[in-house]
Design a binder for this molecule. Structure first.
Ligand code: FPP
Length: 243
């Protein structure tokens, strides 16, 4: 009798979040400018989006620019913004054609007007799509997100729109940028660094964390499959015992 490989029937993680790290080191190792690493990183974004669609993952959230990344040299910030602009101009139609819903989290207010318009346009154009939800975090930082939620909650309470004793975890989550999105099942960080860097701190409370040495520009479908396979082997107990 043929033995069934149960893993092929395992449900993929619903939500994968990725800290895309190592673009600079990838470029340095080749004697190239950091921009070349970011450009290859943008190509890896294409690969991972396609791979998530193929694997049946419903949500992919990518950390593209943190609220701390403004501390980089202005020329690198400009390069990253230009790359983002280029990606939004070039990829949205294809993403839309592939039924991908594109969303953004983070504080948009300091972004250039044309990038804000591209973001709004992408969300409007793809908002009714029913395939992968691709969320791109730009000028995102969890501390700022949680603080903003607290301020909005305080305002709602002071206006009588929310009663303090009805403030549950579920209600709190509705004030986060990720309202209406399930928490990540799996977080991947590339490049060997093992920290969260102010990414989705509330949402990652019970996620499985996988740190891999691969530098982001080298990230392939195979790397995603390896991470998902390791995820299948994890015993998610959410604080309960397994006995
Ligand atoms: C971290 O590598 C990467 C970033 C800060 C930027 C991530 C951006 C992209 C992958 C490309 C654009 C994104 C989209 C969605 C089109 P690093 O520069 O910190 O690398 P290092 O630690 O090796 O220096």
């Amino acid at each position: 009798m043929q033995v069934l490989d149960l893993e092929q029937f395992a449900k993929p993680p619903t939500h994968v979040a990725i800290i895309m790290d190592g673009n600079g080191r990838w470029a340095k190792a080749r004697g190239l400018p950091r921009l070349a690493g970011h450009q290859r990183g943008a190509e890896a974004v294409r690969v991972v989006v396609e791979s998530c669609c193929e694997l049946g993952i419903s949500y992919l959230t990518l950390y593209a620019f943190s609220s701390e990344n403004w501390k980089r040299p202005p020329s690198e910030v400009d390069d990253l913004m230009a790359l983002l602009r280029h990606y939004l101009r070039r990829e949205i139609s294809e993403l839309h054609g592939n039924n991908v819903r594109v969303c953004f989290i983070g504080d948009r207010s300091p972004l250039a007007d044309d990038i804000k318009s591209l973001i709004d346009g992408a969300e409007t154009k793809t908002g009714a799509n029913t395939g992968l939800t691709l969320t791109i975090a730009i000028n995102y930082g969890s501390h700022n997100e949680i603080l903003g939620a607290c301020k909005n909650i305080a305002q709602a309470v002071s206006e009588g729109a929310l009663r303090l004793d009805s403030l549950t975890e579920d209600v709190f989550e509705r004030f986060l940028d990720t309202a209406n999105m399930p928490p990540p099942d799996l977080l991947i960080r590339t490049s060997g660094e093992q920290r969260l860097s102010n990414f989705l701190l509330w949402q990652l409370a019970y996620s499985e964390l996988i740190f891999m040495d691969t530098l982001w520009p080298d990230f392939s479908k195979r790397n995603l499959e390896e991470a998902v396979s390791e995820y299948y082997g994890r015993d998610r107990r959410y604080g309960a015992s397994n006995g």
